[in-house]
Design a binder for this molecule. Sequence first.
Ligand SMILES: NC(=O)C1=CN([C@@H]2O[C@H](COP(=O)(O)OP(=O)(O)OC[C@H]3O[C@@H](n4cnc5c(N)ncnc54)[C@H](O)[C@@H]3O)[C@@H](O)[C@H]2O)C=CC1
Ligand SMILES: [Mg+2]
Length: 352
Amino acid sequence: MSLYCGIAFKRKFFWCYRLLSTYVTKTRYLFELKEDDDACKKAQQTGAFYLFHGLAPLLQTSAHQYMAPQHSLLELERLLGKFGQNAQRIDDSVLIGCSEQQKAWFALDLGLDNSSSISASLSKPEMETELKGSFIELRKALLQLNAKDASLLSTAQALLRWHDAHQFCSRSGQPTKKNLAGSKRVCPSNNIIYYPQVAPVVITLVSDGTRCLLARQSSFPKGMYSALAGFCDIGESVEETVRREVAEEVGLEVESLQYCASQHWPFPNSSLMIAYHATVKPGQTEIQVNLRELETAAWFSHHEVATALKRKGPYTQQQNGTFPFWLPPKLAISHQLIKEWVEKQTSSSLPA
Ligand SMILES: NC(=O)C1=CN([C@@H]2O[C@H](COP(=O)(O)OP(=O)(O)OC[C@H]3O[C@@H](n4cnc5c(N)ncnc54)[C@H](O)[C@@H]3O)[C@@H](O)[C@H]2O)C=CC1
Ligand SMILES: [Mg+2]
């Protein structure tokens, strides 16, 4: 092999190696399963299924934590058989990811009535006894799940909910048909393709340099405050949404903004939360709360926020009838936004 060929070979080998990294292989595999029903059907044979009932995941308790059990295709077929159901119902499942070893993960809801007659709702108590677990509302269980299960079940619930709500074509009124992976639905009469919807939402932590602005909606748990949030309007950039939401909800004008992070949020529907830090001019900080959107909003000092971040639940009513000031849990992106602000303030107040 000449020197040139040797170098070329090494380069080629390097690029092959790079292309075949676990992450790339995994994403290509998932892409194939979404595009090819036969490949997806094959993946079900060796895959694992997470079960839901009426959009509530099946969970088991272990050491004060919830864990989501997986079932093989064989176990699922046996279970459906025991309840007099056709195994064809498994085709209602949706693909939600795969392991590093390319074991595909699916989610199936046994409690939703599908437009097809094979999918009648199965009795929840009987299923729970058989499966040695409980179907628990995801919102209530989320904080007691590990990060991987929380993310997987959130994706699964969002996808299952979307399929449940989009069984008919909005143009023809005909039933739509899902592909096996559940990444789309097609209307057989006009070939319109429907893809799962995600609503972009901005969440903004406003600061005046020393304090940050937190607000409450009347629907929040008692005592909890969070950053300002709002759905993007059609035609807006996310930066425009930040400026509009801050003006709309608290009557302030944003001077500068900085992107922080993003997060999928499954409640009440699927949102993509896009988080920003924003500043207002120090002299223009008078809040005018829009009471149609918020219950209240106020400025909080670094000390108040840092103390609240350390506070651990449960948040019980105090003797004077009020609830302590507390912040969204770690899992919510608003927590990350607030924590980042506290850390920045702490480091900027340290002597150089
Ligand atoms: N993960 C987190 O840390 C947090 C998440 N959130 C989420 O952010 C979302 C938006 O916050 P809000 O203050 O409620 O938004 P918002 O300030 O835009 O007000 C909600 C109103 O916007 C309208 N709206 C416009 N487009 C909508 C759409 N696609 N879906 C539903 N309503 C739409 C409706 O009239 C609704 O009543 C909420 O769903 C909430 O769950 C809110 C705070 C923290
Ligand atoms: Mg809002």
